[in-house]
Design a binder for this molecule. Structure first.
Ligand code: MG
Length: 362
């Protein structure tokens, strides 16, 4: 029996994780559930899964370590910068981290990997691209590779002209062609910011540098990512776009259990790969630039992005203004060192203030 503390239980990944748990009651048990806002949904889930502890962050603070006391693994599916504190607490508690929160490595890559190494804690990827790479490496992080190649669906605006992008609505941005996800990550997929985040995550997860990571558009979302090797071989992982597979595999690997239907290769007929349209979607290069700069730069980028995406969803700014906001914040706040969670939290607040001043002129 594997005991799971699930953080971010009411979001898209959290719900799919509970789906996997429900289908395998003889293997998985929930010991803790935590969410950010939705106390009502949490209380329904509490009745269903009987965790020892259920926590809603909006209802007051508790020592986060308490969430991880009885678990074997910490599944971090909380969204945004707020997820980082849970990842750090789980590592401090010495628990294996199954990581679906992107910001933990985007903003806290240096901090998280250092703490995990010191505590002997493994970080297991849940995101489909990083899971695909983990699978292509035969679950061996130390395996030598030439390049990691992340695939991107390209989002709903892949074939739009640049000038059309300033007229797209939040509703259009939220209708992703292949994946069903939370709102923030769906908008980030439409701007390709998400792919920039995933490059930064790959750098930390597979201890490599930016020159060894590429991203390519693959509109069908069947090939979830690839690894190339010195001899020219390339190994990919294929499957229908369904997050339950990487979620379940993170819980059971190297063992594989029944999960999704197998691909009907003949029906697929053709798979396409295209260059990433970086000029049309400047968020990707902004993310890579911040990742290369290091320190608090990715945290500044993310704080600006969280505020800008929220303003876009409310109809206050256009899609291209998300990149403009990020560029403004990165250009106006000098990066500092990412030496502590407190330093990152300070950078995050500064970025949010600067982003809102830029958006609302306050
Ligand atoms: Mg992904």
């Amino acid at each position: 029996m594997k005991n799971i503390a699930l953080i971010g239980c009411t979001g898209s990944i959290g719900r799919q994780t509970l789906d996997v748990v429900k289908k395998n009651p003889d293997r998985f048990r929930i010991t803790a559930l935590a969410c950010g806002q939705d106390a009502e949904a949490l209380s329904t889930l509490k009745k269903q899964f009987s965790p020892r502890i259920a926590y809603c962050a909006a209802e007051g603070e508790i020592p986060l370590g308490a969430l991880f006391e009885d678990c074997d693994v910490a599944f971090i599916a909380a969204g945004g910068f707020a997820g980082l504190q849970y990842t750090m607490s789980a590592i401090e508690a010495g628990k294996r981290v199954l990581l679906a929160n992107k910001e933990s490595l985007v903003c806290g890559g240096e901090l998280v990997t250092r703490a995990a190494k010191k505590r002997g804690v493994e970080i297991v990827p849940v995101d489909s691209e990083h899971s695909a790479i983990f699978q292509a490496l035969g679950f061996k992080r130390e395996a030598k590779f030439e390049k990691l190649i992340l695939t991107a669906s390209g989002g709903p605006f892949l074939h739009y002209e640049k000038e059309q992008l300033s007229r797209v609505t939040a509703k259009e941005a939220l209708s992703h062609p292949t994946w069903k996800m939370g709102k923030k990550v769906t908008v980030d997929s439409a701007t390709l910011l998400n792919k920039g985040y995933e490059v930064i995550e790959a750098k930390w997860l597979y201890d490599t540098d930016f020159d060894r990571i590429e991203a390519v558009v693959h509109p069908e979302s069947i090939v979830h990512s690839l690894v190339s090797f010195a001899d020219g071989a390339m190994i990919a992982q294929l499957g229908y776009p369904d997050m339950r597979l990487p979620i379940q595999l993170a819980l059971t690997y190297p063992e594989r259990l029944a999960c999704t239907p197998q691909l009907d290769l003949v029906k697929l007929a053709a798979l396409h790969f295209l260059p990433l349209p970086r000029e049309k979607f400047p968020c990707f290069d902004l993310a890579i630039g911040a990742g290369r700069a290091g320190g608090t730069a990715p945290t500044l980028l993310n704080g600006a992005a969280e505020e800008a995406v929220s303003a876009f969803l409310k109809g206050h700014i256009t899609l291209p203004q998300i990149a403009e906001t990020i560029g403004e914040v990165l250009g106006s706040i000098p990066k500092g060192e990412a030496t502590s969670l407190a330093a990152l939290e300070e950078a995050d607040s500064m970025a949010r203030r600067a982003a809102n001043a830029f958006i609302y002129g306050k």
